[in-house]
Design a protein around this ligand. Structure first.
Ligand code: HEM
Length: 427
């Protein structure tokens, strides 16, 4: 094998399948063999080098010059002719956003668009997030059973993201279809028929993003991150370009809400599966922020990210040729026992929990990380306070959308006895 410089591909490396049910159910466990035996390996079918240890994943994230992020949003499966023709009908032209932009353009844009993410601006959002959460909980607290994803964990992050961006809150249901299509289009392995269907939705998403931009341009004093980007586009059109605005509009709607919704679902599933931990944080909410961090470490909503080598190099002594594509599996890195003691164990007191790589690392590290943390903390605080007695419905099957990057159960059914709601006895 040329890409391996003559080395044979081990049977396990050849058999690696990130779309297999076992991997989708638990990517960290599915790569345990790699962490132990072959931490950097090439998978011919995917055409990617897989990196599974903490230090190596972090080193790749850190060096965005040797390991370019340019392929971060590239389709894993090349599109069919028919899918391309469909996208063309919508003038689909998704191009660079921040996350897949090389230097020096990236840093210049990142700096120009940082203000809204500063702590003081995030703190202002807290009352709104809490109000939205309380309203949703009010609506189901007497029911005794609910799917938390449908009842709140999907919609609140979307509402908050649209508010942050300054995007009108219309068409929320269409955005669900669009986000799923974008994820499958980018990180999935759609069949030829699915490709056509997905291309149709992605094309409509692109068109929608353009229409929203046009509408927002009519309000020169509008509030929100995308309004700021629109003004920067007028001020410094070479830095914040038209193509960038349109691409970013589409990408950020997904980045801002889907990741947070899935991370919140993963966190609640994990906490409720560890009853003693759940009871402990309900009794002492001061433990919630570090519990959020530990959930992001053990069950993050982004499990892997991509980089491409810009020159011949090596990772942990393995030669990596120029142009090699890398799948850096943060979910595996976060379970690396060389970095985290008792790495598979949920320890909400762990000092190093925040060292996880779920938000990436280095100059592209997630700009919305504190936003996501804030939302997750509020969801858990409100549910702990008002439904400390809720439990996961037993025997439910958790299903995951097959894709390389975003992970979280599509439903999370919980139940409780409304007669025991704390606010009935202690209003
Ligand atoms: C970048 C994960 C929530 C906005 C990223 C990256 C990851 C990530 C892995 C790439 C990092 C790298 O290349 O080093 C997550 C997760 C989230 C989350 C797991 C929720 C739990 C958000 C939210 C927003 C956001 C809520 C916005 C409101 C961004 C932006 C970038 C980014 C703008 C690009 C930064 C750059 O390239 O300079 N995120 N994200 N993310 N994220 Fe997030």
């Amino acid at each position: 094998n040329a890409a391996m410089g003559g080395c044979p591909v081990s049977p396990q490396a050849a058999a690696f399948d990130p779309f297999s049910p076992a991997y989708l159910a638990n990517p960290a466990e599915a790569l345990k063999w790699s962490r132990e035996q072959e931490p950097v390996f090439y998978n011919p079918e995917l055409g990617y080098w897989v990196v599974s240890l903490y230090d190596d994943v972090k080193a790749v994230f850190r060096d965005n010059i040797t390991f370019s992020p340019s392929i971060a949003l590239e389709r894993v499966v090349p599109p069919s002719e028919a899918a391309l023709a469909t996208l063309k009908r919508y003038n689909y032209a998704m191009n660079r956003t921040l996350v897949n932009e090389d230097e020096p353009a990236h840093m210049e844009r990142r700096r120009a668009l940082m203000d809204h993410f500063l702590p003081a601006n995030l703190a202002q959002k807290e009352p709104m997030i809490r109000r939205l959460t309380r309203e949703k909980v009010d609506a189901f607290i007497d029911n005794g059973r609910v799917d938390l994803v449908e009842a709140m964990l999907w919609e609140i992050p979307l509402t908050v993201a649209l508010h942050f961006l300054g995007v009108p809150k219309e068409d929320m249901d269409r955005l669900k279809e669009f986000s799923v299509a974008h994820t499958v289009n980018t990180w999935g392995k759609p069949s030829p028929e699915q490709q056509l269907h997905v291309a149709e939705s992605v094309g409509r998403f692109w068109q929608y993003a353009g229409q929203v931009l046009d509408k927002m341009r009519q309000e020169p004093d509008g509030q929100g991150w995308m309004h700021q980007a629109i003004r920067k586009n007028a001020e410094i059109p070479d830095v914040v370009t038209d193509s960038y605005l349109h691409s970013m509009m589409m990408a950020i709607i997904v980045a801002g809400h889907e990741t947070t919704a899935l991370a919140s679902t993963n966190a609640l599933k994990l906490l409720l599966s560890n009853r003693l931990v759940w009871e402990r944080i309900c009794n002492d909410p001061a433990l919630i922020p570090n519990a959020v961090e530990e959930c992001l470490r053990l069950e993050g909503s982004v499990v892997a990210w991509r980089r491409q080598a810009t020159r011949d190099t090596e990772i942990a002594g393995i030669a990596i040729p120029k142009d090699a594509k890398l799948l850096i599996v943060s979910a595996s890195a976060n379970h690396d026992p060389r970095h985290f003691e008792n790495s598979d164990f949920l320890d909400i007191y762990r000092d190093s929990a925040a060292e996880h790589l779920t938000f990436g690392y280095g100059s592209h590290q997630c700009m919305g990380k504190n936003f996501a943390r804030l939302e997750m903390r509020i969801f858990i605080e409100e549910l702990c306070r008002r439904l400390p007695h809720m439990r996961l419905v037993e025997g439910q099957q958790f299903t995951y959308l097959p894709n390389l990057a975003f992970r979280g159960p599509q439903k999370l059914e919980v139940e409780w006895d409304p007669a025991n709601n704390p606010e009935r006895t202690d209003p």
